[in-house]
Design a protein around this ligand. Sequence first.
Ligand SMILES: *[C@@H]1O[C@H](CO)[C@@H](O)[C@H](O)[C@H]1NC(C)=O
Ligand SMILES: *[C@@H]1O[C@H](CO)[C@@H](O)[C@H](O)[C@H]1NC(C)=O
Ligand SMILES: *[C@@H]1O[C@H](CO)[C@@H](O)[C@H](O)[C@H]1NC(C)=O
Ligand SMILES: *[C@@H]1O[C@H](CO)[C@@H](O)[C@H](O)[C@H]1NC(C)=O
Ligand SMILES: *[C@@H]1O[C@H](CO)[C@@H](O)[C@H](O)[C@H]1NC(C)=O
Ligand SMILES: *[C@@H]1O[C@H](CO)[C@@H](O)[C@H](O)[C@H]1NC(C)=O
Ligand SMILES: *[C@@H]1O[C@H](CO)[C@@H](O)[C@H](O)[C@H]1NC(C)=O
Ligand SMILES: *[C@@H]1O[C@H](CO)[C@@H](O)[C@H](O)[C@H]1NC(C)=O
Ligand SMILES: *[C@@H]1O[C@H](CO)[C@@H](O)[C@H](O)[C@H]1NC(C)=O
Ligand SMILES: *[C@@H]1O[C@H](CO)[C@@H](O)[C@H](O)[C@H]1NC(C)=O
Ligand SMILES: *[C@@H]1O[C@H](CO)[C@@H](O)[C@H](O)[C@H]1NC(C)=O
Ligand SMILES: *[C@@H]1O[C@H](CO)[C@@H](O)[C@H](O)[C@H]1NC(C)=O
Length: 678
Amino acid sequence: MLPPAALALSAALLAQAAHGAVTVYGIQGAFGATDSGTAAYTSDTAAGTAVYDPATFGGPAAFNPIILAPPPPPLPSAVPTDVLLQLPNNASQAKELTLSTAHTGPFLGFSIEMSVVNQIIGINSTYLQVPFLNLMSLVAERAGGVHVRVGGNTQENATFIPNGPDAIEKKAVPGSLTNTPDVFWSPELLYMLSNVSSLVDVQWYLGIPFNETSQLRLQIAEYGEAILGENIMGFQVGNEPDLYVRHGHRPQGWNETNYFQEFGMVVIAVDDDAHIPIKNNLIGPSVSGTWTPEDVWNTGYIEAYAHALGALAVQHYPADNCAALYPGAQYGAPINPQDMFSHYLNHSSAQNLVARYLNSTRIAQSVGKPFLMFETNTASCGGFPGISDSFGAALWGIDYAMQMAYSNFSGALLHTGGLNNSNNLFTPPPTRVSLFEQWTVGPIFYSTLVVAEALGMSGASRVADLALNNGNMYTPGYGVWENDRLSRLVLLNFVTDPSGAHDYNVTFALGGPQFGETRQVPPNITVKYLSAESVSVKENITWAGQTLGNRFQSDGTLQGEEQTITVPCNQTSLLCIITVPAPGAALVFLSDQALAESAPTTTQTFPTTAMTKTINTASVAASVLATSNGDSAADRGNLSSTDKGSMRHENAAAALVSSAMGVASLCTFLAMGIFLVF
Ligand SMILES: *[C@@H]1O[C@H](CO)[C@@H](O)[C@H](O)[C@H]1NC(C)=O
Ligand SMILES: *[C@@H]1O[C@H](CO)[C@@H](O)[C@H](O)[C@H]1NC(C)=O
Ligand SMILES: *[C@@H]1O[C@H](CO)[C@@H](O)[C@H](O)[C@H]1NC(C)=O
Ligand SMILES: *[C@@H]1O[C@H](CO)[C@@H](O)[C@H](O)[C@H]1NC(C)=O
Ligand SMILES: *[C@@H]1O[C@H](CO)[C@@H](O)[C@H](O)[C@H]1NC(C)=O
Ligand SMILES: *[C@@H]1O[C@H](CO)[C@@H](O)[C@H](O)[C@H]1NC(C)=O
Ligand SMILES: *[C@@H]1O[C@H](CO)[C@@H](O)[C@H](O)[C@H]1NC(C)=O
Ligand SMILES: *[C@@H]1O[C@H](CO)[C@@H](O)[C@H](O)[C@H]1NC(C)=O
Ligand SMILES: *[C@@H]1O[C@H](CO)[C@@H](O)[C@H](O)[C@H]1NC(C)=O
Ligand SMILES: *[C@@H]1O[C@H](CO)[C@@H](O)[C@H](O)[C@H]1NC(C)=O
Ligand SMILES: *[C@@H]1O[C@H](CO)[C@@H](O)[C@H](O)[C@H]1NC(C)=O
Ligand SMILES: *[C@@H]1O[C@H](CO)[C@@H](O)[C@H](O)[C@H]1NC(C)=O
């Protein structure tokens, strides 16, 4: 999407901006064609915490090694380090807090630009990217499922081809300034997604092309329903229609009323299409901020299409980096990411982002529709190198997602694009032939693990922003009441201070007479930390002691032994003290049950104790075995733990997927050229 600043563009520049928000094809030249070109930047280690900005870096943004300076710590007096927190156990006693509606574990999911599915998900139904499966499995095991959207700008022109051998093909549009490719997709795309769903519990959002409504192309819904069935969550109708005129996709003057009318044409066409059995899973209006949601609600949209709408949605990024991506007068001087870093490292960012939607989440609730943040991330136009790919983005992602949960969004999808995107949650290596373990997992991916565990699998988690520390902007905190009992706390510290002077302690008490409850503390509580040395780093990030690996080193599995911290509570003072390091996030489990339910190998189908899960396994191996044996999921935890020491994970996963799916080699990754999407 494009920034508000772009509103003032002249007509000529509009044409260029039209392509600014979509895929750039094959113009980067410096890499992709050969393997040799990658050495220069894959060896750039981005290590440590020292500021680093190699002027000569020529590789893609996804691999930019820049390390920014963390914002200087605020004056100690500005961040009290001894924080008293007393909360009721029973949600109905939380009168001073507003609790959200109930959320499910897969609240925070993924949005993948349609034009890069062949790099990220797979080439065809029998050639899946195992690191992607591993990453999805990590979330699914914690959340009870994963929601993934395949779409974006490139869904709009996407064209069905019945017999394509690959999931998608891309063809450059002649004359297009940026050589933007159109996506041609075949049923293989849907079989590929279906095969992913058979291995990992992934459900999908897709998009119906909306570049024109006089000749609708509904095959994605026809084939999607037929092939993916209940694994379809819904079909988006129009990706950021409020930018169509600016992008040259609709004539000047086209407005909310026109969107309303054209949406209605799709509703009628779907109703009339016998090949689309489900009539009530369309998603709109997906406006990005140029139109407010109210601009669309005021057309009568919700009332007119309530029978067809499965969810209401918006898309929004807090900032853009368009000036850097498109040098020239139209966007002004590039923004220095260093100047923006502090904007992501306080609670106002999350609060500001949701504020404009509070009216709409209330309206959505009143009409019984989910309200989704369908596409978001740190910044559009590729994000900010050094921010979007830093540990700070992971902390920001947690705060933003929890704030959306608190504000009664029903779900949110973090967008991942191509190699020229610093926002990516995961990026395959850019080489033509690459090794299995060479993915780069963006720090913001960790936020999906933390949020999944914070919400758990019950589907009954309600969230409150605790205004922790008197609402201090550097130390936000959330409480999660599950089935109306306080089960978890999420405590954040945005400050970087290696001296420890900005670590803070939450002194926590449960219950008390003011809540009509007996004050008590459990014998102990369990804490998992998301940790790194500084908000600036890209590497050495751990979640409960485990890491997904440094840049170019991930196979999508967590490495190392899980480390949970047991904090004994004082049975005399009836207090528990939780330290939150600067920087970091702490997820506090207030009961063994809360811990067990979020535990990776504990699923609803085969609960085990939380203590069996510390062994480092290839998660896909387990799920593939479960599938290929035709066994129930009950075997899964057991099989996972038998992997220890028997095979290296990637070989295990590859071999098992091979045998299950008849794939000769999953270790070969074929990059189809270089694309960028944001
Ligand atoms: C990661 O941490 C280890 C030990 O703390 C250190 O030796 C190593 O240099 C760090 N690596 C990076 C990339 O920061
Ligand atoms: C929570 O409080 C409400 C209102 O006082 C009460 O009806 C309910 O039984 C309590 N729930 C539990 C689990 O104690
Ligand atoms: C899927 O793609 C791989 C890699 O290009 C190829 O070897 C395989 O034959 C393809 N499978 C099908 C069913 O076309
Ligand atoms: C979509 O198709 C139209 C008509 O062929 C073309 O003008 C446009 O550039 C294509 N691509 C995008 C991204 O709109
Ligand atoms: C919409 O996209 C299709 C596929 O690229 C293209 O054939 C068609 O001309 C486009 N329509 C418009 C109005 O650009
Ligand atoms: C994967 O897709 C193919 C279609 O190409 C299908 O024959 C096969 O059964 C699928 N496998 C799974 C596990 O769904
Ligand atoms: C959109 O434009 C039409 C035609 O000018 C006008 O009648 C209508 O009121 C406009 N709708 C909105 C929401 O401004
Ligand atoms: C909420 O949205 C409705 C529908 O657009 C509008 O009428 C109302 O004024 C809005 N309320 C606020 C407080 O923005
Ligand atoms: C906090 O974040 C907001 C919103 O991003 C930003 O405008 C502000 O400058 C930040 N404040 C500080 C003190 O960093
Ligand atoms: C936080 O708690 C720890 C452990 O109880 C203690 O050692 C430390 O001094 C406390 N820090 C502050 C700032 O109170
Ligand atoms: C922590 O407390 C629970 C009871 O809530 C108990 O089952 C467990 O053994 C305790 N763990 C430790 C390490 O003290
Ligand atoms: C527990 O709290 C009591 C009462 O405040 C205090 O005297 C005691 O030192 C505390 N115990 C520990 C281990 O901190």
